[in-house]
Design a protein around this ligand. Sequence first.
Ligand code: HSE
Length: 440
Amino acid sequence: MSDSMDPVRIGILGMGTVGQGTVRVLARNAEEITRRVGRDLRVVHAAVRNPARLEALDLQARISTDPWAVVRDPEVDVLVEVMGGTGLARELILAAIAAGKHVVTANKALLAEHGNEIFAAAQQQGVMVAFEAAVAGAIPIIKAIREGLAGNRIQWLAGIINGTSNYILTQMFREGWDFQQALTEAQRLGYAEADPGLDVDGGDAAHKITLMASIAFGIPVDFAHCHVEGIRALERDDVVYAAELGYRIKLLGISRRRADGVELRVHPTLIPESHLLANVEGPFNAILVESDAAGQSLYYGRGAGGDPTASAVVADLVDVARTMTADPSNRVPHLAFQPDALSALPLLPMAEVESAYYLRIHAHNRAGVLAQVATMLAEHQISIEALLQKESPEADTVPIVLLLHRCREGDLEQAIRRIEALPVVARPVLRLRVESLAEQ
Ligand code: HSE
């Protein structure tokens, strides 16, 4: 290990958008960063599949095509993992931890799925695993929740944490595009993950809300029990009907602490059009946090991209450099709470979640259909707040759009099964949740 005034020696795995951004930001702001840290942050070794990628970067470092060469390099104090994936990346990070190296990672999938194992290994070795870049790119939301709000009891979080789906929903609303057209453009602009299914089916947002819930409530990371719905089932008409009812549709990650457990869910959500979150557009991210002392606080910024994500990677490097010589027990715990003080609050099944709802029902236009639907809802103690029925002379079915007052999701699911069984109902019912996001 190096002396406390020597440069901090960094090894990087992966030289894609975020890796290159990190090298650029470290070089561009080297003087400012050294003034902050009291030491230089120097990249000494980088692993890259295609070294030609580095030609424009002027990187004075050892270059390897084998990531193990970086992990095994005794010169490396801190490993930056920005290669992605949950297989090899997990092995490399565990090996780096075992070798006593600190780790900075942007890998939300890896931490959401294997975080407990990785944090336990780091705890045992007395090293840090910093992951600001894993959630919402440039927004310092991990630091805000873990440190800025450390005096609070956090009640809930709701975030627009996938820029690709937010861009798609924005374009469907603003430009009248359909889903596929908007996705193709998001890919062209470079917002989407290599597998865009992670963006539009909600997995990427689920990784991020899983990590945020853990540090907000002091619970182990449990991605397997996060409820995930994406935006593929949405039609352009839903965006229009929601607007007529005074709402915008956003893909939200939501986590709420209740007396009996924690809700952890990702799904398209209607939110009031006047709410600040409704106006977070395009590839931007924003997270709203409600906590007892601070009340509501909102964090907004760029959730993806080279320099924005590098901003978070470099902030973590600064944190690591400042505290690498500190007694590990005096550092900020990985999951914000002391590892032996994590809570066993269970994650709640969706049937136990309470929400207001939007339903789109396609029914043949016959007398008495609405009455039948209303009766079935009433039999499950579900009351209707608003109704839109769209006449369509050429179609043989009409969309009936209902806004429902808050109810238990399990009760609504039973009512929906009965409504779908009606012979006049032509297609599966689309059910979206509606959240006021009001301060409680
Ligand atoms: N693909 C992600 C998004 C960016 O669209 O927000 C990184 O998490």
